[in-house]
Design a protein around this ligand. Structure first.
Ligand SMILES: Cc1cc2nc3c(=O)[nH]c(=O)nc-3n(C[C@H](O)[C@H](O)[C@H](O)COP(=O)(O)OP(=O)(O)OC[C@H]3O[C@@H](n4cnc5c(N)ncnc54)[C@H](O)[C@@H]3O)c2cc1C
Ligand SMILES: NC(=O)c1ccc[n+]([C@@H]2O[C@H](COP(=O)([O-])OP(=O)(O)OC[C@H]3O[C@@H](n4cnc5c(N)ncnc54)[C@H](O)[C@@H]3O)[C@@H](O)[C@H]2O)c1
Length: 465
């Protein structure tokens, strides 16, 4: 490439993800000339193929479920026609378009942001090739995210990922999902509620194996109660396209060879970092053994002037963690430099119905810690508001440090769990004594009003020997 094409900027951002976009605007606000390089759709995974479209589908699936189960609340069942996935998709596409188009318009209006629709990769520590353009800047920010991980043995099968599944216009007759974790479970319940037969295949001995075993068991029962077929201890080895349509998945189930048949196959087998796409070696960047960019608490890579934000740095796997990376960096670049990645407390929700809200430690982690732990749990079936809504599955639990009286973790698997977890999270961020929350008066009738009662019941938790 000739040097004549080299364009100089104050900063280059590779990837229009959940950190890269707000960072582009923050840099532009300082009158810094920014190159924003995106190979796919502006807005990244969350907006186009992740949080936004899946939560739109969760809402449609929930509405179908409410109609089907209306008689439980004394309402005669209205007729529910076979669901037209095309209509559900159209609604989802409109919601995604609002966010995507809003972002694109915002970027277009900003004179300091220059977009390059191309794959960006390093030529050297200050130079990026983006299509035919060569860009150079003293500061480069990497926000390239992740992509679906395709296990060996499935490369030549007609598989779906989170991206292609969201483009289907007809409901699968039988959706087989490999991977019983966050992506797998959300899609399993969505498609079951919309009318597909669904089978989840998971190689661990339980679903969502990062959670406590009790939460995994409860989640399995919730999904099975809706007619989802769950196979654990089943390592999927290979897939085959069937000559007459559909697919066969070959599994090793504890030494025994088994197979599962389906009309469609979703691979929800984890995510792979996109760092390999940016030619990190040309910049001398250090990548860890899983392919994630190594950064310190301030998001600096091993090369001065190059930073990595969001999922690709291996420090977070959520939209809110990616956005927090942006906030840390903004504070480091233009603020009082007080913020760092390790400030954040782990929190997330799994948007099954009922949802799972999580903050901080779970019981397994608390048992392994050297802390003196207080613990309490409460069944959702004991909570009036849950009974009134006839949605009593799940439980609430809290973990407290007996010495500092601070809340170390909480789990709310149950109605409203994705929102209620925020009460615990706020208490954790404010480092308040759990007794302050215990003595608070919450609104009746809510699930939240039982948090003080839950906290009154904390008792010492026996740690594992
Ligand atoms: C199905 C699904 C559901 C999810 N649901 C939730 C949820 O409910 N809540 C939640 O918090 N998180 C959820 N997530 C995770 C969330 O989407 C990500 O954590 C979030 O998008 C943060 O990603 P990011 O900022 O690191 O980059 P991303 O949003 O992944 O964006 C990275 C961008 O970089 C671009 N890119 C990659 N390589 C290059 C290159 N070489 N050159 C130019 N551009 C490049 C990509 O095209 C992409 O647009 C979900 C994920 C999936 C897959
Ligand atoms: N609500 C949310 O916040 C949300 C929702 C969806 C996804 N996400 C994000 O996306 C990320 C990826 O989610 P995910 O569920 O794809 O990945 P994951 O890594 O959490 O789970 C992948 C699962 O697939 C299983 N698996 C892998 N290979 C297998 C095989 N050959 N046979 C059988 N099972 C196999 C693994 O045991 C594991 O349980 C999450 O870490 C999360 O951050 C978040």
């Amino acid at each position: 490439m000739k040097d004549a094409k080299k364009q100089t900027f104050d900063a280059i951002i590779i990837g229009s993800g959940q950190a890269g976009n707000p960072l582009a605007f923050a840099l532009a606000e300082q009158n810094l000339n920014v190159a924003l390089v995106e190979k796919g759709k502006f807005g990244g995974t969350c907006v186009n193929t992740g949080c936004t479209p899946t939560k739109a589908y969760v809402a449609s699936a929930r509405r179908a479920w409410e109609i089907k189960n209306a008689s439980d609340l004394g309402i005669p069942n209205p007729k529910l026609d076979k669901i037209d996935l095309q209509k559900v998709k159209e609604r989802k596409d409109k919601i995604v378009a609002v966010s995507h188009n809003g972002l694109v318009q915002g970027i277009r209006k900003e004179k300091w942001i220059n977009t390059f629709q191309a794959k960006g990769y390093f030529l050297d520590p200050t130079t990026i090739q983006a299509g035919s353009a060569i860009l150079t800047a003293p500061k480069i920010f990497i926000n390239v995210g992740t992509r679906p991980r395709i296990p060996d043995g499935f490369e030549d099968v007609n598989y779906l990922t989170n991206e292609s599944l969201l483009e289907l216009e007809e409901l699968p007759d039988h959706l087989v999902i490999i991977g019983g974790s966050y992506i797998g479970l959300e899609f399993a319940q969505i498609f079951r509620r919309l009318g597909s037969k669904v089978t989840i295949i998971e190689m661990s001995d339980r679903l969502i194996s990062k959670e406590d075993p009790d939460i995994s068991d409860r989640m399995r029962k919730i999904l099975e109660s809706e007619g989802i077929n769950v196979l654990c201890n089943s390592h999927c080895l290979e897939g085959k396209n069937n000559p007459n349509g559909g697919l066969t998945v070959l599994m090793n189930c504890g030494g025994e060879k088994k197979q599962a048949l389906g009309s469609h196959l979703l691979l929800a087998t984890g995510r792979k970092s996109n760092i390999d796409l940016i030619n990190p070696l040309a910049a001398g960047l250090e990548v860890d053994e899983k392919g994630f960019m190594q950064v310190n608490d301030l998001l600096e890579t091993s090369v001065k002037g190059i930073y990595a934000l969001g999922d690709c740095n291996g420090k977070g796997v959520f939209t809110h963690t990616s956005y927090h990376d942006f906030e840390v960096l903004k504070n480091q670049l233009f603020g009082n430099k007080a913020r760092k990645v390790s400030d954040r407390i782990l929190n997330y929700a799994l948007y099954t119905d009922p949802p799972l809200g999580r903050a901080g430690m779970n019981i397994s982690q608390a048992k392994k810690s050297n802390k003196k732990i207080l613990y309490a749990e409460m069944e959702m079936s004991q909570i009036n508001r849950a009974r009134e809504k006839d949605e009593t599955k799940g439980k609430m639990e809290v973990i407290v440090d007996a010495s500092t009286e601070q809340i170390l973790g909480a789990t709310v698997l149950g109605i409203g769990g994705d929102e209620i977890i925020g009460v615990f999270l706020t208490a954790m961020y404010s480092k308040m004594s759990y007794k302050t929350l215990m003595n608070s008066v919450q609104t009746h009738p809510t699930v939240t009003e039982l948090i003080p009662t839950l906290l009154q019941q904390v008792k010492p938790l026996k740690s594992e020997s």
